[in-house]
Design a protein around this ligand. Structure first.
Ligand code: FMN
Length: 287
């Protein structure tokens, strides 16, 4: 299967949602902050998706926040972020100097939250990724992403106030993302990204109790993430694949599964320069 037209063989440029991206390798939400610390990497990526931004500041969860498993990572960060007001005042102006596309990951606990955050950010970014899937927060996050009708309402309301691309980041925890995704598209979503982290738990065997409950990411989830992308490939909107991507070959697999672009998450926690290597490796598959 030739996934790349002749022009894509020369470079990795792509047009998704009517926007040009320098390549289909994006930086996933929550693992690269706001892209400012390693700006040389950010500037080479197709896009950066911010850490989840909430309506109010959040301190996040108490430690332990991360736990390494045999083939992945459990995190329980709990959406620590400064809130939309401080994000717009202190962080967004710096992000706008980056040479890449900016998508804000919007994390709401009510339909109004999503509308408020998107409204406050306005047109200062290239688009939004609605995070209806964070499994770390007890207060509503999981229920949102599992409920196709609530997701439909979120997208409907957000659609009314922005003409920028709206991607919905779906969870695959205890639900069929195809059912939820279909309702999001009916409500006007421009694209779907998936998957967010999978529910996971690790135990402290000395104390005989739960050590961490959170979301699993990394290579362990890649085959399931690929399955989910393939499952949603005929939805009629671009699919952005996320989950366990560590190499250019992994990216190519996601493209074969039906993704238009991918997001790199945990790989950057091990090596912040991983996206540069991954982009280079991807070129081998486009020649
Ligand atoms: C430490 C950490 C923080 C994350 N924070 C967010 C977030 O704020 N919003 C979101 O939608 N996803 C968040 N994610 C999920 C990632 O964006 C990604 O969907 C997931 O980790 C799977 O990709 P990976 O296996 O490449 O890491 C986070 C993941 C990690 C590891």
């Amino acid at each position: 299967m030739d996934l790349f037209s002749n022009s894509r063989k020369l470079n990795l440029k792509c047009n998704i949602f009517g926007i040009d991206f320098k390549n289909p390798v994006f930086l996933a939400s929550g693992t690269f902050e706001y892209g400012l610390r390693y700006s040389t990497v950010t500037n080479k990526a197709g896009a950066i998706i911010t850490k989840g931004i909430t309506a109010r500041p959040r301190a996040g969860n108490p430690p332990p926040r991360v736990y390494e498993t045999a083939c992945g990572l459990i995190n329980s960060v709990g959406l620590e972020n400064p809130g939309v007001e401080i994000f717009c005042r202190d962080i967004l102006p710096k992000m706008r100097r980056l040479k890449t596309r900016i998508f804000v990951n919007v994390a709401g606990f009510s339909v109004n939250d999503f509308v408020e955050i998107v409204g406050e950010i306005g047109t200062r970014v290239d688009g939004f990724e609605l995070n209806v899937s964070c499994p770390n927060v007890d207060q509503g996050g999981v229920a949102f992403g599992r409920d196709a009708e609530v997701c439909h309402r979120v997208v409907t309301e957000v659609r009314k106030i922005t003409s920028l691309p709206v991607i919905v980041k779906l969870t695959a925890n205890f639900c069929d993302p195809l059912v939820v995704g279909r309702r999001c598209v009916e409500a006007g979503a421009d694209g779907i990204s998936l998957i967010n982290t999978l529910h996971a738990v690790a135990f402290d065997i000395e104390k005989k109790r739960v050590l961490i409950k959170g979301g699993l990411s990394g290579p362990a989830i890649k085959p399931f993430a690929l399955y989910c992308v393939h499952h949603l490939k005929d939805l009629g909107v671009p699919i952005i694949g996320v989950g366990g991507i560590m190499t250019g070959r992994d990216v190519y697999e996601f493209l074969l599964a039906g993704a238009s672009a991918v997001e790199i998450g945990s790989a950057t926690l091990r090596d912040p320069y991983a996206p540069l290597r991954i982009i280079k490796e991807l070129r081998k598959y486009t020649g």
